[in-house]
Design a protein around this ligand. Structure first.
Ligand code: GLV
Ligand code: MN
Ligand code: MN
Length: 415
């Protein structure tokens, strides 16, 4: 592979300062970020990001589902841009790095290129994907999915949060329902920089994860219905306790994960109704998340999970409503881009290892329409989706440097 005739060095301190600056948009007292997608805080960080990119001479365009594309021209007009992207939205109790590093790391890479007056062959693009988290509006990776043709824009607009507010209405309200058709703003490759969100790099004392793919993910919604009744006056044997059913189901779901390691099975959101201390619960809603790197094993996990629930419901005289709301198949990334990342890590002298991603990422959908790969850096204790999420200045800087090296290695193939 061609080696780029450059040794551009990013500024880790500037990247860190930028991470801390934007962490104020939705900053929480515990040091994390609450920046739910298409909220007022999301608008603030989007406006900030647009201004920063324009200051670097980029053109910033927005598509109909709010995905933002900032492009710096290259020497050649015939080439599609090389994109670097991730997401600026967070979990309700999110950290400062999940997604954000994958947008601000690229900003630092671009700032370095501009400072050095470096001209790439292909245009260089930074992308901020809308609603990666899927926390406020399910499913996750929603608008990179629209870009990749997995979902329609109308499907995305119709997604409702738990208050019944629609994503499309919120996008219009914050002024980010853009004029470009989803998928119309093209790029030739995408690199996504991200924290690992797991413990492997830290445990093995490696700085860089060279990511080879993303495991398959399936999401489900379950409603269990029983009968509300008086806790004092309803004998134990005559209850239809929806929460008891849900709790047995949650245990059964946990066992699905335990029985299919390294697969994982989780219940993360639960609503108990009426949630009153002296009412036997009449209805429980909860969500299920099953993941495995192998789709055939994931099929078996799904079958076991779906067999377990009706059995528990019948035993407790409960009604059950269960449906799969999302399926994101396992993904393998582009070998030619994986090589660029490996070369970029070696060039910078960082210890690295190949690994698959346990978390979902926009890259998983983008891989369907363009060569795509990812770069991981460690996070303290492997903790993510947590306000305590922590990654050092050196680790963030290492990731941005490898990202820049990888992008330039790919760009050099056009020379
Ligand atoms: C996205 O953050 C996911 O992996 O659920
Ligand atoms: Mn993320
Ligand atoms: Mn996340």
């Amino acid at each position: 592979m061609a080696t780029p005739k450059t040794n551009l060095t990013i500024n880790p301190q500037r990247l860190w300062d930028t991470l801390m600056e934007t962490a104020q948009f939705g900053g929480t007292p515990k040091g994390g970020i609450k920046r739910l997608t298409v909220s007022d805080e999301d608008k603030k960080v989007r406006d900030w990001f647009k201004a920063q990119c324009e200051a670097l001479g980029c053109t910033v365009e927005v598509d109909e589902v709010g995905n933002m594309f900032a492009t710096r021209p290259g020497k050649r007009k015939d080439l599609a841009p090389i994109a670097m992207g991730s997401h600026l939205d967070t979990q309700p109790t999110g950290g400062k790095f999940d997604g954000v590093l994958g947008v601000l790391g690229p900003l630092e890479a671009l700032r370095t290129m501009v400072d050095m007056g470096y001209e790439s062959n292909a245009p260089i693009m930074i992308v901020n994907w809308t609603n990666e988290e899927g926390s406020r509006f399910a499913p996750a990776m929603l608008c990179s999915g629209v870009y990749a043709g997995v979902f329609t824009p109308e499907f995305a607009y119709s997604r409702e949060d738990r208050q019944g507010i629609k994503l499309g209405d919120e996008l219009a309200r914050i002024g980010y329902k853009g004029r470009h058709k989803a998928g119309a703003i093209k790029f030739g490759a995408m690199f996504e920089l991200h924290i690992e969100q797991g413990p492997i790099l830290e445990a093995e004392d490696k700085m860089i994860g060279v990511v080879t793919g993303v495991q398959g993910m399936r999401w489900y919604e379950v409603t269990v219905r029983g009968q509300e009744s008086h806790t004092g006056a309803t004998p134990m044997g005559l209850r239809k306790n929806a929460l008891l059913g849900a709790s047995r189901m949650i245990e059964a779901i946990h066992q699905v994960g335990m029985g299919h390691l390294p697969g994982v099975a989780s219940v993360g959101l639960i609503e108990n109704r009426p949630n009153s201390r002296n009412v036997v619960p009449g209805e429980v809603f909860f969500t299920v998340d099953l993941r495995h790197p192998d789709e055939t094993v994931l099929d078996r996990m799904e079958a076991q999970y779906q067999a377990a629930l009706p059995k528990i419901a019948a035993e407790l005289h409960l009604e059950l409503e269960e449906k799969r709301i999302w399926k994101s198949p396992a993904v393998k990334f582009a070998p030619e881009l994986i090589k660029c990342v490996q070369q970029g890590a070696d060039q910078a002298g960082f210890k690295s290892r190949e690994m698959a991603s346990g978390a979902g990422h926009d890259a998983a959908y983008i891989a369907r329409v363009a060569p795509t790969t990812m770069i991981f850096v460690p996070c303290l204790g492997g903790i993510s989706h947590n306000e305590a999420e922590s990654t050092t200045l050196e680790e963030c800087g290492a990731g941005a440097q490898v990202l820049l090296n990888a992008v330039l290695a790919h760009d050099a193939t056009y020379a």
